[in-house]
Design a protein around this ligand. Sequence first.
Ligand code: M6R
Length: 615
Amino acid sequence: MCGITGYIGCRDAAPILIEGLRKLEYRGYDSAGLALLSKGRLNVCKKKGRVAVLADEVAKKPVSSHIGISHTRWATHGGVTDENAHPHVSSDGRFALVHNGIIENFEQMKNFLIEKGYTFSSQTDTEALVNLIAYHYDHRTDDTMENRFMEAVRKALMHVEGTYGIAVISPLHEVQMIAARKGSPLLIGIGKDERLVSSDVLGFAGRATNVIYLEDGQIASLTTDNCDIVTISNKPIDFVVNEIDWELENADLGGATHYMEKEIFEQPKALENAIRGRISDDESTAVLSGLNISPSELRQIDRILFCSCGTAWHACLVAEYLIEKYARIPVEVEYASEFRYRNAPLDKNTLVFVISQSGETIDTLEALRESKRKGYKTLAITNSVGSTIARESDGGLYQYAGKEVGVASTKAFTSQVVICLLIALYLGRLRDLSYAEGREIVEAIKSLPSLVEETLKQAPLIEKIAKKYAHYKDFLFLGRLSEYPIANEGALKLKEISYIHSEGYPAGEMKHGPIALVSPECPTLIFGNSGSALPKIISNAQEIKARKGPIIAVTDSPEAFEGVADDIIAIPHVHKSIRPIISTIPIQLFAYYVAVELGNDVDKPRNLAKAVTVE
Ligand code: M6R
């Protein structure tokens, strides 16, 4: 979603801001803009389309400046136009602002400001805020010149209902930038003689060595070599400065064509990182110190609730299967966006987990807050060190999958699933899972990276199959048990990047409705692995074949699908506990190659954002 970068320092601001925006492109956006201060003047350039379009425009009229703000917009209020792109400037021309979030009461603000003579040129909510800042600037004449800018922003923000991450500059204060957050991530980067602002560490484009994570309700005043932070009620804050681990944040394409391709093939490494140091061979269990919860407390848990969105929600569904199977603890899975509002009754001894790759998804963050507010211990599984979800949870486990840039989540998903398996193993071994069963799971987990490596070798075959099916308009994905969530994940991956309508179902549900879709025009990808459910799955496949539906089987028992499936993707025969991960690899590759065949923008699919920071 929207990306913010801001710069104040002794270097030329424009190239740094553009580079920052380039690094934030992966978040998903539809327009980009930049404002620079130079010699008491505000220079604004904004364009719909890609950052490259903005960069070309900026290059036509270079402005030498040491302070500026920039933005990639993902449209919420108002269409994708140059006018609606950020930065927005107050109608008196004295303030420029970039904003991520939604100002819910902007209509009231706007009406108030129109009465006072302010004018508006966009359809955005943001323009109301920048004008309100101008209004408060003029109505706080008791403030000294030094804190007048900060106070105007602070006063304006006190009237905002909704969410924001903002950066503001003014030609009246050429050596100061104001940044604030509530509900939308905002980070302050510290470099040598420079301060940066960004919605994401990547936006610092490698310049900052340290980072301050602004908390909700905090406002920062930045100069080249200083940073002061107060709360919205004007209380000074003692903030923590963290070092940035650029190795963890590294996001180069390497030799790959797309980030998604790179990230699919990085999974053996990502899984290795997620597992490292988290297995006890001696005790055949997992070592999960990050949970911050004692074994005796864990033994009191009667129920676990998992909350998430999108792909992470599918990881929760796999967690349900794994934890119920190995730890025998009842698990519920909720969409985070529903949990927050539906006030579900929870048992006293419920433990809550949220899963979020980005650690910034607003629905998941609010579900976490709601759960904590009700007094439940709330833990997080996230890939983003220092993210809001990581900071606000009572404990949790980092995925260490490395930065995921492709909008379609791949390596983050499989590393979330392996962490859920580690949790299932740990909880199981605290209860009734025997040493021998634990041992089998431990061995399975240890073999995962090499088994994923082996499965990835099917890429050329899957590419061929993907080309054959790329031009269909509808798809069904069917799986049973722990592969039902993977069927959902397959359908989500395909629709996200190929824009092909696809649905995931438990295979047994097929006859209760989805079979109506089956025809020569609607292929089905079906998971069919060895075990008691295999004969049933073969029957499902036969029923599809009888209706002339094309079938792709993903299976560890290829012989069982001979003469039934049109195409077969063989996967290794593995322990049940890791099967969902192995089964995921073919559907990721399939979706990727279909999208490539269709010529789609794989890493930045239309309408989607990497971190969904507005509700
Ligand atoms: O960052 P999160 O894991 O919280 O994101 C949740 C979803 O928005 C995300 O998984 C989304 O569904 C992806 N685009 C899936 O590929």
